[in-house]
Design a protein around this ligand. Structure first.
Ligand code: AMP
Length: 118
């Protein structure tokens, strides 16, 4: 059951109120294409449960966090970038550059990534 109090754009996606280009879903997680892709492959992996960021996760969330990372790897393989390589990123808070307050992992691939990130 999608959280009616999730006041973020990802909450709207989870409730089906706005469309998203879904590439994966299961009982715990959903993955969809970023609306403003920064690479050929740019997918967001989110938990169905509303956790505002990694900083809001608690010890009991450990299995869910592990699952989300596994979904990132599954998505990368499906998108065909597992061999060429890719990046998984989660932005946290203001300095981290987080703009949507629902935990999400960016899966970026299809081009050479820079380091350090900006
Ligand atoms: P962050 O800045 O790390 O919080 O990432 C939020 C991401 O969500 C950005 O890359 C946005 O382009 C993306 N985004 C915002 N709204 C949507 C949407 N409706 N559908 C898909 N991606 C979105």
């Amino acid at each position: 059951m999608a959280d009616p109090h999730n006041d973020t754009v990802f909450g709207m996606i989870l409730r089906g109120e706005i469309p998203a280009d879904l590439v994966y879903e299961d009982d715990l997680a959903v993955a969809f294409r970023d609306i403003a892709p920064q690479a050929e492959v740019h997918v967001l992996v989110i938990p169905r449960r509303h956790i505002r960021s990694l900083a809001h996760a608690v010890e009991n969330d450990q299995p869910l966090l592990g699952h989300l990372l596994n979904v990132c790897a599954v998505v990368a393989a499906r998108e065909g970038v597992a061999d060429s390589g890719y990046r998984v990123v989660t932005n946290i808070g203001e300095d981290g550059g987080q703009s949507v307050d629902h935990l999400h992992f960016h899966v970026l691939g299809g081009r050479r990534m820079n380091w350090p990130p900006g």
